[in-house]
Design a protein around this ligand. Structure first.
Ligand SMILES: Cc1cc2nc3c(=O)[nH]c(=O)nc-3n(C[C@H](O)[C@H](O)[C@H](O)COP(=O)(O)OP(=O)(O)OC[C@H]3O[C@@H](n4cnc5c(N)ncnc54)[C@H](O)[C@@H]3O)c2cc1C
Length: 395
């Protein structure tokens, strides 16, 4: 694997660097004590700035409004954003999951209607997959879609719907044929969240935020033309979305982790242990070094996965290796941060003694969900066992 940049990649990186120098907001990390709605409005306008500059959906094909960039350029894009501590984009689910799903399975009319709004962040998306009794066992979902003329009438409940409170549209999976085996009879449809009968209720997390929601559907009418792929073949479409989720969700994180571990090393020289810098404590040194080494392993693994995706064009089950590694590494890293910072690590953004605007207390609490979202670690290990290693299926 050759990790040096080609002249074309160097040119891409330099062009982006110059653009970010002019446009990237400098004060993102100071906004942590703003409300989630205010932070989101800020991220939405930042995505619009990227879009106007031609930097949203950069690996999407040009014909769909993307930049047609290679995967390596996509990696450079994340690295450069992290280098200048630029904020993430608002439409995380639209850009990383729904857009690629519509590109792969959608009709020409769906592509024309929905892709521009995803890129510009004019329309925010959520993913309505999980239900109270169907998370890991997604195929067991019970939300119901009955055909009535030119519409499906949807009834049911989704849960843990990230961005449900902000979303204009939802990629929803429902059961349209209850008489066949559970993986059959599912259909994916694009649902307007402003439709009569949609009710969104926020769920409060231990970070204090309400990042995700419950969503209730009562006799919600969805036009048949909003079905993605074929009726009753929604399992394949859903798996396509989940592959993108596992393959791409952690992609930008390696650079964030690199920045975090470098910041912890810096802090270890200013925080004292028994009147000496913590950096001189052998246990702290070993833990920081271990995390640093693991962040490098994550980078190498990601480059290997990206080069595999460049060959096949689609993320495969190997995405589960990335998913386990980034989620569990973040929990280890945040744990080491707490051990290093001591009581200061618990202070929140509003506290004037908080280190880095409360980023470490927030990071520690938010990391707990990493090994659940996008499929739990146990489920990822089952996928690796069966689909990557060829072991017998787990039931
Ligand atoms: C921060 C966050 C954001 C999320 N965002 C969304 C979203 O936007 N849209 C959405 O649809 N969902 C979302 N989810 C839901 C997420 O996909 C589910 O929580 C996840 O798939 C687990 O499902 P569950 O919570 O129902 O747990 P369960 O499936 O009930 O699992 C409970 C426990 O049993 C274990 N388990 C279950 N089956 C097996 C098995 N076969 N073998 C071994 N162990 C097993 C699990 O690993 C877990 O530890 C989000 C979750 C989080 C934490």
């Amino acid at each position: 694997m050759d990790l040096s940049l080609s002249p074309e990649e160097t040119q891409f990186r330099d062009e982006l660097r110059a653009w970010l120098e002019q446009h990237a907001p400098k004060d993102w990390e100071h906004r942590r004590d703003a409300s989630i709605e205010q932070q989101f409005a800020f991220l939405r306008s930042w995505q619009k700035t990227l879009y106007d500059g031609g930097w949203a959906g950069i690996s999407w094909p040009r014909e769909y409004g993307g930049r047609g960039a290679s995967l390596m350029q996509q990696v450079l894009f994340w690295q450069e954003l992290a280098r200048v501590s630029a904020p993430p984009m608002a439409n995380v689910i639209g850009l990383g999951m729904v857009g690629p799903t519509i590109i792969a399975f959608g009709t020409a009319a769906q592509k024309a209607r929905f892709l521009p709004g995803i890129l510009s962040s004019d329309e925010i998306w959520c993913q309505g997959f999980s239900e109270p009794n169907a998370g890991s066992d997604l195929a067991g979902l019970q939300s119901d879609g009955r055909l009535d003329g030119e519409h499906f009438v949807v009834n049911g409940q989704k849960v843990w719907t990230s961005y449900g409170w902000a979303a204009d549209w939802c990629e929803l999976v429902v059961r349209t044929d209850p008489t066949v085996a559970k993986h059959k009879g599912l259909t994916v449809m694009l649902v307007d969240m402003k439709s009569p009968g949609v009710e969104v209720r926020p769920l409060r997390q231990m970070t204090g935020e309400s990042e995700f929601t419950e969503v209730f559907f009562r006799d919600v009418r969805v036009p048949v033309e909003n079905v993605v792929g074929k009726v009753n073949q929604g399992w394949d479409v859903s798996i396509g979305t989940l592959m993108h989720e596992r393959g791409t969700l952690g992609a930008g994180m390696q650079v964030t982790y690199q920045r975090n571990i470098e910041r912890l090393i810096e802090l270890s020289w200013t925080i004292e242990r028994g009147s000496r810098p913590a950096a001189e404590d052998p246990l702290i040194r070993q833990k920081l070094a271990q995390c640093y080494a693991e962040v490098q392993i994550m980078r190498a693994n990601q480059m290997r996965a990206f080069s595999a995706i460049s060959n096949t064009g689609v993320p495969g089950p190997e995405g589960s290796i990335q998913k386990i590694f980034w989620s569990e590494l973040n929990q280890r890293l945040q744990q080491v941060a707490q051990e290093l910072l001591g009581p200061y690590g618990q202070l929140e953004a509003a506290d004037r003694h908080a280190i880095d605007h409360g980023a470490w207390s927030y990071g520690y609490l938010r990391a707990r969900g990493n090994t659940i979202e996008a499929g739990t670690s146990e489920i990822q290990r089952n996928i690796i066992g069966h689909f990557v290693l060829g072991l017998p299926r787990s039931y």
